[in-house]
Design a protein around this ligand. Sequence first.
Ligand code: SAM
Length: 239
Amino acid sequence: MKINILTLFPNMFDGMINESIIKKALNNNLVEINIINIRDYAKGKHKVTDDYPFGGGPGMVLKPEPLFEALAEMKDSKVILTSPQGEMFNQSIAKKLLKEKEITIIAGHYEGLDERVVDTFVDMEISIGDYVLTGGELPAMVISDAIIRLIPNVLNNSKSFEEDSFYNGLLDHPHYTRPAEYKELKVPAVLLSGNHEKIRKWRLKEALKRTLERRPELIKERELSKEEKKTIEEILNER
Ligand code: SAM
């Protein structure tokens, strides 16, 4: 998969591409990331990328010309604009985007970009939450990271994302590691039992419990299995 990111601040991506799992994915050619400086497409001595808004008002607007030039080179790409006005990002959008061969994410800045760029090139606008950030760089990283970890072989064990929160519509169960007892705090005994079926049931129950408590709407949206229905009854009776 190829991910192009159009930004005015390419250095902000150094941390993302030079550390940890994404660095390994890049080194193993599991993903290609092109950080493209919008300024490289600006004309003139000063390579101006923004200008005052028509009609007045505060802030600056990203000029259309550099973005038109840059996006004209990405014809076979799904173009995503990061925007607080976009569709709210979630795991199912990440899964859908994983099917694309190439995506291009535009990181906006200032008041945003000239709307003619949006009208001409943008296939989808994505928001990462109901708040306003200074730029689209962090959202572009959030979106890329969520997709990249779903690419086969990026994580050592694909089970690890399949069991994550939201992947199958529930929140994840709690996790514990060694030592089995720390400052008199004990790990639930079932996890030390070696009984895989009991552990599976415990994890399912904990995942359902958390989802019921923290995100009940996920349970409403879910087609529950017989076992899940029975486990939920059990949880409610214990309350
Ligand atoms: N004037 C815009 C508005 O009110 O909708 C906000 C512009 S914001 C200061 C600058 C850029 O940051 C946006 O163009 C977008 O790329 C990015 N951005 C800010 N908040 C975001 C969010 N919650 N989700 C996605 N992108 C965001």
